[in-house]
Design a protein around this ligand. Structure first.
Ligand code: CO8
Length: 262
């Protein structure tokens, strides 16, 4: 389908969604969120896509937050509807069956940081800036930032960022565990695609199980999480991928995974 606010490409099992409103530093408005949701539908319905990469158009910004022009017109009820819409689509992103990598190539502020936080991990360019500056607008994060950031970096670090609204350069974001890898701007996509390619070559069933177990386990106690791991492990053993992976090892060859459950 044709999109106006995002670009959607797939190559070698890797889908890339590029937020594409460069004149507004790729700010998230309602139309963009609707298109993003449709693209997630497309991805969920395409068995050949194994990894999703998110990035921003241009060399300045990943996403500079919710569109403040639109936000400024909202009354409380519209604000609640918009916050729910953003939360719903960002939660769908987090729950996508395939791994998602954020390639943060500049500003990731407000809703931009919140979008990146819902990805499985973040690579960032040296010029990337993270932050939840909503407090400087007299509001608070509304696309999950008050919940996902403390879960990732701890409550105190998250509170300092949320209370001050300060921007964190990529290197500092990496120090607190928000960012896995900081790259030169010109090599960011190459590095992301290298990692995405490594993941895309793995078994789809085991990737899905691993993602589900890590995400679900974080919301529960250790015992329950370990039980989830046992169940998911058993399910993986029923897959053709597990047969292929173990057989390939014993035959001293590279595994070729199909992602099919028996
Ligand atoms: N929304 C709309 N337009 C934006 C946004 C934005 N978030 N960010 C930048 N733009 C526009 C600017 O208005 C400007 O447009 P124009 O050229 O027409 O004047 C253009 O992008 C370029 O921006 P600047 O000239 O400001 O570029 P600078 O390099 O000087 O500054 C910054 C870049 C630092 C990123 C600056 O633009 C900025 O501070 N932007 C706002 C960042 C921000 O506060 N983000 C948080 C928004 S609130 C949010 O995300 C809440 C999410 C939950 C919502 C829940 C809903 C109820």
């Amino acid at each position: 389908m044709a999109y106006e606010n995002i670009l959607f490409e797939t190559e070698n099992g890797i889908a890339t969604i590029t937020f594409n409103r460069p004149k507004a530093l790729n700010a998230l408005n309602g139309a963009l969120l609707d298109e993003f949701s449709l693209a997630l539908d497309e991805i969920s319905g395409n068995e050949d896509i194994r990894v999703l990469v998110l990035t921003g158009a241009g060399d300045k910004s990943f996403v500079a937050g919710a569109d403040i022009t639109e936000l400024a017109t909202f009354g409380p009820l519209q604000a609640k509807v918009f916050a729910r819409k953003g939360q719903a689509v960002i939660s769908r992103l987090q729950e996508l069956a395939i791994p998602v990598i954020a390639a943060v190539n500049g500003f990731a502020l407000g809703g931009g940081s919140e979008m990146a936080l819902a990805c499985d991990f973040i690579y960032a360019s040296e010029n990337a800036m993270f932050g939840l500056p909503e407090i400087t607008l007299g509001i608070i994060p509304g696309f999950g930032g008050t919940q996902r950031l403390p879960r990732l970096v701890g409550a105190n670090m998250a509170k300092e960022m949320i209370f001050t609204g300060k921007k964190l350069p990529a290197a500092e974001a990496a120090k607190i565990g928000m960012v896995n890898k900081v790259c030169a701007p010109e090599s960011l996509m190459e590095e992301v695609m290298k990692t995405a390619g490594m993941i895309a070559a793995k078994g789809k069933v085991s990737l899905r199980a691993a993602k589900e177990v890590v995400n679900s386990g974080l919301g529960t106690d250790l015992g329950t999480g370990l039980n989830m791991e046992c169940d998911a492990f058993a399910l993986c053993m029923a897959s053709e991928d597990a047969k292929e992976g173990t057989t390939a090892f014993l035959e001293k060859r590279k595994a070729v995974f199909t992602g099919k459950l028996k």
